[in-house]
Each structure stands twice: as C-alpha cells, then as structure tokens.
Write a protein that binds this ligand. Sequence first.
Ligand code: FPP
Length: 236
Amino acid sequence: MNEQKLPRHVAIIMDGNGRWAKQHMLKVAMGHRAGVEALRSIIRESSDLGIEALSLFAFSTENWRRSETEVAALMQLLLEYFSSEIDELDENNVRIRILGEKEGLPSPQREALYRAEERTKDNTGLNLCIAINYGGRQELVRAARILAEKVRAGEMAPEDIDEQALSDCLYTGGLPDVDLLIRTSGEMRLSGFLLYQCAYAEFEFPETLWPDFTLEDYHRALEVFASRDRRFGGRK
Ligand code: FPP
C-alpha cells in the first residue's frame, strides 16, 4: 500500500444488502446481517493501516420509511453490534463517534451508543464514525443553529463564522474532511452523506454488493485513490 497517499478519512455507503439477500433468497434482515460481517475486516484493516477516520452510513433519517420489520431488524443489529464488538474495538484503541440524532432513537439503542462513545472517548487510534439517524442537510441545519445560538449568546460575531467554525459544529468536528467516498452496488449517489465534508472527496463506485465487499476490494479502492491526481481546484 502506498502509505504516502493513504486517505486520512474514508467514508463508505454500504449499499446492496437488500439485493444480496434477494440473490440468496433470504430475508432482507439477513442481508444487513451479512453486511455487518463484511464490515469487520474493513474496520480492522483501516485501523491497522493507520487511517484516521472511517465513516459508515448505517441508518439514514430516510430509512425510517422502510417496513417496520426491516427497521426493527436494523435496530436489533445495531444493539447486537455494540454489545458484541465493543471490547475488541476498545482494545484496538478505536474511538467510536456517532453521527446523527441519537435522541430520535429508541432508548436501548440510544443508551448503547452513548455508552460506546463514552467508553472509547480517550482512545487515540481509528475514529470509527457510525452514522445513525443521520441526514446531511439535517447536520448542516444543526450546525447553523449551534452557530446562531453562539452569536445570540454573544460568544461570537456573525463575521467570525467561517469554514472552520462551521466544520467544527458538524458531527465530525475535529476530524479531517473525507478524502475517499466508496458506495458499493453500482449506485452513484451521495444520498446526503457528509455533504460538507465530501466537498473535495474522490468517489469510487464498485459494482460489488456490500456483503460481498472484501479486503481485496478495499485495497483496490485505496490503490485507485492513491493513483488519482488531486488538485483541489488548483493546477499542477
Ligand atoms: C443499504 O442497503 C444498507 C443499509 C440501509 C443499512 C446498512 C447497515 C448495515 C450494514 C448494518 C448496520 C451497521 C452497523 C455499523 C452495525 P439496502 O438495503 O438499501 O440495499 P438494496 O439497495 O440492495 O436494497
């Protein structure tokens, strides 16, 4: 791996669980379960490679529109994930950060997320950002409100609001912008994921359905990233 061109922040939209389940004649919940399995090695590898942040889109504010059964299955998976993985993540110095409105979640999930964040808050390795009940526009509206409140409280003047101040008010405050965004299953949409943070991200859209996404696929994406010529609007 070309370490010099390793992305600092990778974001992944884990798409295709439903289609994978259909292909295997399984219920959609099994697709999401297989999706969690695929995730394990990607998290471990990101941590081993020294990537600073890995952001995963686990549940969007729009996902509430899915059937009650599917939403319940996803919520159950989240609970299971945090109870089964937290020891290993913590041992590996991973810091968990939740992106999204935790307050809008059922209380067992909400409490599990707060506990995971609290337990790992002093870890200094990979920042594992899990977006749950997350919407990119909602995140920007929230940041605008935080800034407006600060102005109202006299803590800052309107002219102090700059790109950095806004960025600090996002759920990812303090983390670098997204360098590489991967969306699996051949879909080519951002779906509002990390709208502000993806301003200069490189995009990759592998055809692989998320549950089939392997370390090999991940390495391929990282190699393609390393070979890209990023100019950030300038000229070489
Ligand atoms: C998109 O596939 C995937 C989701 C909406 C959920 C992703 C969630 C997980 C992988 C599990 C939970 C994550 C953690 C971190 C515990 P889709 O169902 O839209 O696929 P389709 O487009 O083929 O229907």
